[in-house]
Design a protein around this ligand. Structure first.
Ligand SMILES: [Zn+2]
Length: 282
């Protein structure tokens, strides 16, 4: 049994999900709401706010919520209150001085206009400010997450409304793009595995997650381990991290080692138990 488990972990080792920040941040709570900004408009992409809202449920239920080894559950929560600068603002991380300077140069006389809106959970809006996207071909971005210590407290996803690239996709692909950006919002970076939703290029006809996405989310939001340490949540963390880009604070190898150790311990105990039983019957 332990050799089987070892083989499973080595198979998983071939993949390489990454994290969206240097310290492996995840949302503190395992229940996170996903909203559409109530006042957002997407005239270039010709999408109504109701169209956008209807994509959230499939983006969370067809991709991120069904993972049995992840404790995270995303809730399609409808509309949030409108944030005034979310449709046109150049939105910068509060610690990104370069971005704030650019926002000022671009015409925002008050640097606060360029700051990420104070949000909790995840908010999605259209935005027509090209400075947020670095090009018309970029379909959407998740601007840097807001943190409290090592936990994510909020994330904003912007759909690029400076061009109609997003609007020209099929509805299924639009949902795939939103699901990909939600992946960033909950803490995942890009994967080099072409089967992953978090693959960095296109999300053409993605209808489900790849194993790499499953491993990454299970690492960030592990299921609680039961008394025997045999939870699938622990096993699901065998994948590796691209340490060059995003060194994790808690290497999955540690969890892998603990799981193996527990299996070896249990199999030894079982062997001893069998031997004792054999003695008592002879
Ligand atoms: Zn991406």
């Amino acid at each position: 049994m332990k050799y089987l488990l070892l083989a499973f972990c080595f198979i998983s080792y071939a993949e390489a999900y990454t994290l969206n920040n240097n310290f492996g941040a995840s949302f503190k709570d395992n229940k996170v709401k996903v909203y559409i900004d109530a006042g957002t408009v997407c005239p270039t992409n010709q999408i109504t706010v109701n169209d956008l809202e209807s994509m959230i449920q499939p983006a969370v239920d067809d991709f991120w919520n069904p993972i049995p080894t992840s404790a995270l559950r995303l809730d399609a929560a409808g509309f949030s209150q409108h944030i005034s600068n979310i449709n046109q603002g150049r939105l910068c991380s509060p610690t990104d001085d370069e971005c704030i300077d650019e926002a000022v140069t671009a015409g925002n006389s008050d640097p606060a206009l360029g700051l990420i809106p104070s949000t909790t959970d995840i908010i999605i809006a259209c935005n027509s400010n090209t400075l947020n996207f670095g090009g018309g071909n970029v379909l959407a971005v998740t601007i840097p997450n807001k943190f409290s210590g090592k936990k994510i407290t909020g994330a904003v996803i912007l759909i690029n409304d400076s061009s109609n690239s997003f609007g020209s996709l099929s509805r299924a692909d639009q949902i795939g793009v939103i699901a990909h950006e939600i992946g960033h919002a909950i803490g995942l970076g890009h994967s080099e595995d072409t089967a992953a939703l978090m693959y960095y290029r296109t999300v053409n006809q993605r209808s489900h997650l790849g194993q790499d996405d499953v491993d990454g989310l299970s690492y960030l939001y592990p299921m609680h381990v039961d008394a025997f340490g045999l939870s699938d949540g622990l096993l699901g963390s065998c994948g590796t991290i691209d340490t060059n880009k995003n060194p994790p604070s808690n290497p999955p190898f540690l969890q892998m080692g603990i799981t193996l150790g527990l299996f070896i311990l249990l199999s030894e105990l079982y062997r001893l138990f069998k031997r004792a039983k054999a003695r008592s019957t002879t």
